[in-house]
Design a protein around this ligand. Structure first.
Ligand code: SF4
Ligand code: SF4
Length: 215
């Protein structure tokens, strides 16, 4: 694992994350952006090896949406805050209103409320759960249950990547030492903190947003 850690550290050094100005007033943003950066960098690193091994390319990409039509996406509170920040600051107002309407009506459809015009409206800040599944050979069909139909085409990043990104995310929950973070990760602290996306109090966030706009 030492070689693996060194390889990932070299990658991260070579491809540092671009800071966003809002981070100066919002340290939570730094934690979640760093978490996604570690996860995505590690995933890309492993995926290159997998693609080489299979001599094939992965199909998943922004705009490939079958997996967003009936997703079960667990997310932690910090992931929700991260994507909410993105929705309020980086998404145009028409799309934002569409998402809000879909969030308020989320119990009426199995589609993810963030799916707008066949595109994930918060793609750069989608939760970790939306970054895990990768599919080879061809994109998923709309009605396909990929683990049942062609398990051999499914690829997911290693647990090591999960651990490395969890170590960053656990800053949000007040864990200080690496030892405590690894212990929390192994004991399932993050899944225990997660809820499925529709179960969050979106009405509360939307109310705060609307009241803020009224000043
Ligand atoms: S999991 Fe399937 S539907 Fe989702 S992005 Fe990948 S290929 Fe597309
Ligand atoms: S958050 Fe984005 S990627 Fe995840 S299920 Fe929703 S639309 Fe799909």
């Amino acid at each position: 694992m030492k070689n693996y850690s060194e390889k990932l550290a070299r990658r991260l050094k070579k491809n540092p994350r671009t800071k966003v100005p809002d981070e100066a007033d919002n340290p939570i943003l730094t934690v979640i952006l760093d978490t996604y950066h570690v996860f995505d960098t590690g995933t890309r690193m492993e995926l290159e090896e997998e693609e080489f091994k299979r001599q094939a390319k992965i199909y998943c990409s922004d705009g490939c949406i079958a997996c967003c039509l009936r997703p079960m996406v667990p997310a932690t509170e910090i992931e929700i805050l991260g994507l909410w920040w993105f929705l309020l600051t980086r998404v145009d107002s028409d799309t934002r209103e569409l998402v809000i309407q879909r969030l308020l009506a989320r119990k009426e459809s199995s589609e993810c409320p963030f799916l707008i015009n066949e595109h994930c409206s918060i793609y750069p800040m989608r939760p970790l759960a939306c970054r895990i599944l990768h599919v080879f050979t061809k994109p998923c069909d709309k009605e396909e249950y990929i683990y049942q139909s062609r398990r051999e085409d499914v690829w997911v990043p290693s647990q090591e990547i999960g651990k490395k990104s969890a170590v960053v995310l656990l800053d949000y929950y007040g864990f200080k030492s690496l030892k405590d973070k690894v212990k929390a990760y192994k004991e399932g602290f993050i899944p225990a903190q997660s809820r499925f996306m529709p179960d969050y109090n979106w009405e509360g966030l939307i109310k705060i947003y609307r009241e803020g706009r009224r000043g």
